[in-house]
Design a binder for this molecule. Sequence first.
Ligand code: BG6
Length: 489
Amino acid sequence: KKEPTISITVVGASGDLAKKKIFPALFALFYEDWLPQHFTIFGYARSKLTDEELRNMISQTLTCRIDKRENCSDKMDQFLQRCFFHSGLYNSEDNFSELDQKLKEKEVGRVSNRLFYLSIPPNIFVDAVRCASRCASSPAGWTRVIVEKPFGRDSESSGELTRCLKQYLTEDQIFRIDHYLGKELVENLSVLRFSNLVFEPLWSRQYIRNVQLIFSEDFGTEGRGGYFDNYGIIRDIMQNHLLQILALFAMETPVSLDGEDIRNEKVKVLRSMRVLQCDDVITGQYKGHKKGDRVYPAYTDDPTVPKDSLTATFAAAALFIDNARWDGVPFLMKAGKALHTRRAEIRVQFRHVPGNLYKKNFGCDLDQATNELVIRVQPDEAIYLKVNNKVPGLGMRLDRSNLNLLYSARYPREIPDAYERLLLDAIAGERRLFIRSDELDAAWSIFTPVLKELEGKKIAPELYPYGSRGPVGAHYLAAKHNVRWGDLG
Ligand code: BG6
């Protein structure tokens, strides 16, 4: 019996995501021999490209992990020979039927599994899914579809999208990507918690004072203003990337590592979260300024953004989980574009040591002296724990030091891109890192009312200079909950 083959169709093949992430990730998997032996890749888009033109286009962004390896260019050629192009409209059943024919020719009598990656704007998702499922799904093997956010703008539109997709696909066939779940340090969260005795017993309101989830970028919406203005930072980053990290951080121990068991626990914790209140959110938008010779643009200088836009490019929020483990512990989120640095991290601030001998004797600043665990997702992946330590010497002076696990020192190997892991899992049918529809519903329920209120009342975001640390409102919000942001020193 012949081994099955897999056909991967990237719908929206000439878009940015496909060029920058999807094709390079597929190549990396091929390069490291992770792809099945028999596979074909199709680019599908409206533009009229030949196979050769597609290959030229994607070859620009392929890179080898270890550049000096001699076989790199051979590998690239072998990979490109497996890539083909089909030009078609996203809502044309005829065009998808033509694709089906081409796929069959490549599959030469093998059982074929088919994976469609929809890298297209949300308003054409459903049409493309209809056409792909009706006209190009696998006759004998499996058919799976990967979709990227935005999954709607609020509870209603997201529910509607799910209903529409489910007319053509079963939940098992839909792979909703949140690429943060594919990041190495996010995947490591569960390993850290559940395979080390020293963390899990401390993982509750009893020992943890607050948890901070921080995302910052040092560039604005350059070139993406059109998309971004419709969504804003809460939908772009908080409702998905940061909330997913929070769910993994706070969930109970799953029954097993099976995708359903993990997602069951994530849904439970999301459903235990309090609906976010307007008082517990502050928003900001970056403004332009000049520094030396450099002129930093304002968000509203982007030609695709309306001059009077009130869209938030920064937000901070305080969230709560009303369950026995986390009652009263603030989970603070902060996400922003055009800030002073690029960073994503989780900071866990522990409670004070009760009756701390050293506080009494040596007058340490209580706030400074508590332990803090930092999981730096990117860049410079690291896990470090701030501990109080005696400065060596005859005197008795304490110092805050780091127990530091720096990935670049411990694991010099390059860390795979999130898309590699996610594509590999989708091919393997491993659903652990993909968002189930009930998770998505629960995530929207937390944020929808506040989004409606902010937008309904046209609440103006606080302006902050491009390249700064963001609006001061974030500090007031944290202070209201007795928290000091840990990323400030
Ligand atoms: C995307 C957002 O989901 O994530 C972008 O739409 C953001 O606005 C990006 O820039 C950040 O991803 P990464 O992997 O570069 O941190």
